[in-house]
Write a protein that binds this ligand. Structure first.
Ligand SMILES: C[S@@+](CC[C@H](N)C(=O)[O-])C[C@H]1O[C@@H](n2cnc3c(N)ncnc32)[C@H](O)[C@@H]1O
Length: 212
């Protein structure tokens, strides 16, 4: 009973008070994180999913559990308008990078990041299914950005990267529709699951190797 009451209070503090303060601060700064449909973006549903924001108090809970240090660098695959980047940049990663297929989303992301004074966050315009420069990253974030075929292409490239540059890589996958594609190669396995928000998060890691 006490446990349930505490959990309820935590939920209210995070979702209602924290969520309100977060949205108010962003809207005061003129940050645009509104949803955008694939049709508006002119993207093919076989290779992309709609834009929606996943930054804020829920993502902070996940990141706090991961003990981020300056030896870590993170890439948000399908960063959209940069909502998750705004939250990732509050943690001590040495590099925070966003990648998106849509130049329009990236223009808005740059503006949002600038409005929050986050000028060092890097943005890359690329199709994730063709991207293969993963060696610099220890953490990857995905908010259900693309369909199965693209998740498979991403994981194939990430698996090659941990062989070429041995290190532990943590994948944070929110709304993990294509969980099977992340673990299919046998290199990454689920190490944690968090259900505190509308969509679950699954955390994956490759087996421990020397490196950071
Ligand atoms: C759900 S939004 C994610 C927004 C952001 N990651 C967040 O959590 O706030 C998905 C984004 O993925 C992008 N995207 C979809 N398919 C992609 C692909 N194949 N390569 C790169 N970006 C892609 C879309 O343009 C869209 O902006």
């Amino acid at each position: 009973m006490l446990q349930a009451t505490l959990e309820c209070l935590r939920y209210w503090r995070r979702e209602v008070i924290g969520g309100f303060a977060y949205r108010r601060a962003l809207s005061k700064a003129g940050v645009d994180l509104g949803s955008v449909s694939l049709r508006r973006l002119g993207l093919d549903p076989r290779s992309a999913h709609n834009h929606a924001n996943s930054g804020g108090p829920d993502l902070e809970v996940v990141l706090r559990s991961l003990e981020i240090t300056p030896s870590h660098a993170v890439l948000d695959l399908g960063c959209g308008k940069g909502g998750a980047l705004l939250t990732l940049a509050r943690f001590p990663f040495s590099r925070v990078v966003g990648l998106d297929l849509s130049p329009e989303m990236l223009d808005i992301a740059r503006r949002n990041l600038d409005r929050m004074g986050l000028h060092t966050v890097e943005l890359i315009c690329a199709d994730a299914s063709a991207f293969d420069a993963y060696d610099a990253f220890t953490h990857l974030y995905m908010y259900n950005p693309f369909p199965s075929a693209v998740v498979q292409a991403v994981m194939t490239a990430v698996e090659a990267s941990v062989i070429a540059a041995p290190r532990t890589v943590t994948v944070i996958y929110k709304n993990p529709r294509f969980h099977d594609d992340v673990i299919r190669g046998g290199v990454f396995s689920e190490v944690g699951r968090m259900d505190h928000s509308g969509h679950p998060y699954i955390i994956y890691r490759n087996a421990a190797v020397s490196g950071c």
